[in-house]
Design a protein around this ligand. Structure first.
Ligand SMILES: CC(C)(COP(=O)(O)OP(=O)(O)OC[C@H]1O[C@@H](n2cnc3c(N)ncnc32)[C@H](O)[C@@H]1OP(=O)(O)O)[C@@H](O)C(=O)NCCC(=O)NCCS
Length: 512
């Protein structure tokens, strides 16, 4: 912890007086320098201190001649002194106890400065201190509960995660993405009638606002090597502005839900429009009769996709809608806690997801399969990578210490899709798990969501640069569910940090 010493706050040079000087001369010097004391020195050594209090005593004394008496007659001799290295808090405690107000600072009995009790009190009061109610969170906030949620949760040791009260993998197996979207927004799975209404509500919201349409070609082509989410982040910010989203603090729940519906519906359209424009192609308008993921693929190619591919992408997208209090979800909730508009919260979450430690890159696992090349190379390649200190992409997880349920489901999806890469990927998975168990025993490293996600998306015709946006698209629904929940029961998030820099307040040096 940063602490302050007497050396940090003492005043220099000290206003001093010679022993032979008169009190009047010393008092005049105190007045001139606006100080409350003079230190009486003899060859640099403090032998006494004359303070305002002494002057008052002198003035009250009937028979003293102020113009003639010497400082040595009225000073406090042999003053209490302090050394520069003493911590402010200790110096203050001693002086408060003794009742002194001005303290000469000495090194080897030679005067080097002076501190006043007023300086010490001021500094001592703002010393860094532990407040009894303060708790220090672990780095990365790992394991810290910061909110209550009914959206969902992840149980790492059990290899299980859920959306509301349902197993997320089971939802991905049995339901459409819109049903799960309804579940997260409305708190329940839809009836047939509710589903019809919900789909009808979504359709018109998929269209990009006119004001933003004209901006998309510029956004799509700006930057030489944009990250996969850069263009989406920019376009979504423009769309949120065009949709006039007021601060969440100023709107009721139905209006905020409407903003959330608009953002979730328009994100897939923006992703595909930006991608096609970058390829020099015209955007494809959303298909009025296709579900979320089928329409997503349709807007990529302009052709109604193979239903098997559409369902595979839909299962991937359902499985990535939400996943506990990850960094981007937390970001969305922090921004919402300030009362900011929903667009700001989603744009901030996108920025958070773009970090390689979070949004990851499902494409990296696929790049690794390419690098390994053939089954014969697998063991040697993996062994070499781990022994050289490298990480095998698509393996290991902060929370899951057993099979990642998303990876298990996606392996099944990949098997259903077939293709040469699937058998190869399964063989590589087995080899990686075996090699990691041997070289990293006890770490419990298994395939995570990224490993088969790339295989599945590739098989369904999605180019690698769309892998992360495809994840962001469905995750937007999870962010929005969390935003609605945060806004409904809000308190601004405002934690504290422990200051560990140079002790304040240092005197501000004059500008050169
Ligand atoms: C996901 C990940 C970041 C989790 O990290 P974490 O919980 O902080 O785990 P740690 O970095 O503390 O790793 C623990 C040990 O396992 C090893 N390990 C973890 N993942 C590994 C991997 N994919 N390949 C090789 N070794 C790995 C670490 O080297 C470390 O070994 P050590 O104890 O000898 O130092 C990490 O597993 C990883 O980097 N995976 C590869 C990247 C990836 O797939 N990302 C997508 C995540 S969805």
């Amino acid at each position: 912890m940063a602490t302050r010493t007497v050396a940090d706050i003492m005043s220099r040079p000290v206003i001093t007086a010679e022993p032979a000087e008169t009190v009047a001369a010393a008092a005049a010097r105190m007045e001139e320098h606006h100080v409350g004391s003079v230190v009486v020195v003899d060859s640099g050594r403090p032998i006494g201190i004359l303070t305002e209090r002494d002057l008052v005593r002198l003035a009250a004394s009937a028979d003293a001649d102020v113009s003639a008496v010497k400082v040595t007659e009225w000073m406090t001799g042999d003053p209490y002194t302090v050394e520069p290295h003493v911590e402010v808090i200790d110096a203050w405690a001693t002086l408060a106890e003794k009742g002194y107000r001005h303290i000469p600072v000495v090194v080897d009995a030679t005067l080097v400065g002076i501190v006043t009790i007023r300086d010490l009190v001021r500094i001592a009061q703002i010393q860094p201190m532990e407040h009894p109610s303060q708790t220090t969170a672990p780095k990365g906030l790992e394991g810290l509960v910061v909110a209550e949620t009914a959206v969902g949760d992840v149980r790492g040791l059990e290899g299980f995660y859920h959306y509301r009260q349902y197993n997320a993998v089971e939802l991905a197996e049995k339901r459409s993405l819109e049903d799960v979207w309804h579940l997260l927004f409305q708190g329940e799975l839809p009836t047939a009638e509710q589903r019809r209404d919900f789909l009808q509500e979504i359709r018109p919201l998929q269209t990009v606002p006119e004001a933003v349409k004209s901006m998309l070609p510029v956004i799509a082509r700006s930057g030489t090597r944009p990250g996969p989410l850069d263009a989406l982040r920019t376009a979504l910010s423009a769309a949120a502005q065009a949709l006039d989203m007021p601060p969440s603090l100023d709107v009721d729940a139905p209006r905020l839900r409407m903003d959330a519906m608009r953002v979730c519906a328009v994100v897939p359209t923006l992703i595909m429009a930006l991608y096609r424009l970058r390829q020099g192609l015209d955007p494809v308008d959303p298909h009025p009769d296709l579900g979320y993921s089928a329409n997503y693929l349709y807007m990529l190619s302009g052709e109604v996709p193979d239903p098997v591919h559409a369902r595979a992408v839909e299962q991937y997208q359902i499985s990535t809608i939400d996943h506990g209090f990850n960094a981007s979800t937390f970001t969305a909730r922090v921004v919402t806690s300030t009362g900011a508009d929903l667009g700001s919260a989603v744009v901030a979450a996108l920025g958070s997801l773009s970090g390689p430690l979070h949004g990851g890159a499902p494409s990296r696992a696929l790049d690794m399969l390419d690098a390994i090349g053939s089954p014969d190379n697998a063991e040697g390649w993996i062994r070499h990578a781990v022994q050289s200190g490298g990480r095998i992409m698509g393996f290991g997880h902060r929370v899951y210490k057993t099979d990642d349920p998303r990876s298990v489901m996606l392996r099944g999806v990949a098997e259903r899709l077939g293709g040469h890469n699937v058998e190869f990927a399964k063989q590589v998975e087995r080899t990686v798990v075996d090699v990691l168990a041997e070289l990293k025993p006890g770490r419990n490293l298994y395939a995570n969501v990224e490993f088969y996600a790339g295989v599945v998306m590739d098989r369904c015709g999605l180019p690698r640069e769309l892998f992360t946006p495809t994840f962001a698209s469905s995750r937007t629904i999870g962010w929005c569910a969390n935003i609605l929940e945060q806004a409904a029961d809000n308190r601004i998030m405002r934690p504290s940090a422990r200051y560990v820099g140079p002790p304040p307040p240092q005197p501000v040096p004059a500008a050169e």
